[in-house]
Design a binder for this molecule. Structure first.
Ligand code: KG4
Ligand code: ZN
Length: 339
């Protein structure tokens, strides 16, 4: 089965072709450069970009896979959560192909796709099938949630952020420090450049057992704001703050996700989403999971940020598991209507 995946939930216009669980192509065009001057994604600009670039990106994905629209058996599209205007562009495009070719359409939950991205390899079959049950975590710009994953269809939320997502905290800290948007890569680079040994004791919220598996990052963000306000505002101090902030995030994510694995009785852990691009977090989780005998799955770098390969593979798995969508499907911006 050949699946065309389409992803437009935020500021990446993406298309991919997947054959029987193997990624044949993955094309992404990002509008991030248009948002950087505003310090965050401007929804109207993102939707316009999608409507302009959707067709060229789909053509690129088909060409790289050596396919034509006639070869496609299934169209998988992100239906939410995400920006409403952005989601609508991708969904309308996917419906048009499904209708014109008279092939099935399947709507995909963006967070499920991030989780399943941990099991993708280019040209290799997705290895997820024999990995259930596992605990999955999504750390992205819009979401920080932990799931118990029992099957392709059966995911249960067992923890989530009460305020900011991890990526959002990175972006806000970067804005405070004047490091631009997106904040994650900029903060990581500054943190790596700090060679001094003096750290800052930023708060690690909700780490005691009573807080369960939920998160809160707004206190950390505010602590950075006040620390910077009262500092001597040197470049070295800026890098030191980035290093200390990044350590606080890694401590919290590491502790929570391992606690989740223990509570759920799982020895496998999958962590997906844009923030897992972060080298410090990748190394920390790799080391600590090894110490605890937990098998860790993190995505290849090209599948960390938003992409359509994860959408196509997830759609194909759902379709094979009996899930169906129709041409009357709407978008689900909040994610509340997703199963
Ligand atoms: O998954 P994603 O591409 O989009 C959403 O679904 O939100 O994640 C984007 C987020 C942004 O907040 C960005 O700052 C963060 O991922 N990010 C990083 C890194 N690269 C991207 N955060 C920390 N370190 C990075 N290297
Ligand atoms: Zn995402």
């Amino acid at each position: 089965m050949i699946t065309l995946g389409i992803e437009t939930s935020c500021d990446e216009t993406a298309a991919a072709v997947v054959k029987d669980g193997k990624v044949l192509s993955s094309a992404v065009s990002s509008s991030v450069h248009l948002h950087s001057q505003y310090g965050g994604v401007v929804p109207e600009i993102a939707s316009r970009y999608h409507s302009e670039y959707m067709l060229p990106v789909v053509k690129e994905a088909l060409a790289e896979a050596g396919c034509s629209p006639q070869n496609i058996d299934l169209v998988a599209v992100t239906k939410g959560p995400g920006l409403p205007g952005s989601l609508i562009v991708g969904l309308a495009f996917a419906k048009a192909i499904s209708f014109a070719r008279d092939i099935p359409l399947i709507g995909v939950d963006h967070l499920r796709a991030h989780l399943f991205s941990c099991f993708l390899g280019k040209g290799e079959e997705c290895v997820i099938k024999d990995k259930f049950p596992f605990v999955g975590m999504v750390v992205s710009g819009g979401h920080t949630s932990i799931f118990k994953c029992l099957s392709v269809k059966d995911l249960e939320v067992i923890g989530r952020t009460k305020d900011d997502a991890v990526g959002e905290a990175y972006d806000k800290v970067a804005r405070v420090l004047g490091l631009g948007y997106p904040g994650g890569p900029a903060v990581e680079k500054r943190a790596a450049g700090y060679i001094g040994g003096k750290t800052i004791g930023f708060p690690r919220a909700m780490l005691d057992g009573s807080a369960g598996l939920d998160f809160s990052f707004s206190g950390l963000k505010t602590a950075v704001l006040y620390y910077w306000r009262d500092s001597d505002k040197t470049e070295v101090e800026k890098s030191r703050i980035c290093r200390a902030f990044q350590e606080a995030i890694a401590d919290v994510v590491d502790a929570k996700v391992k606690r989740a694995a223990h509570l759920a009785g799982c020895t496998r852990l999958a962590v997906g989403g844009g923030v897992i691009n972060n080298e410090v977090l990748r190394a920390r989780l790799t080391r600590s999971c090894k110490d605890e005998g937990i098998e860790l799955f993190i995505p290849n770098r090209e599948y960390c940020a938003d992409n359509a390969a994860m959408v196509a593979v997830t759609g194909q798995l759902l379709y094979t598991a009996g899930e169906r969508s129709d041409l009357y499907m709407g978008v689900c911006p909040t994610g509340a209507c997703l199963s």
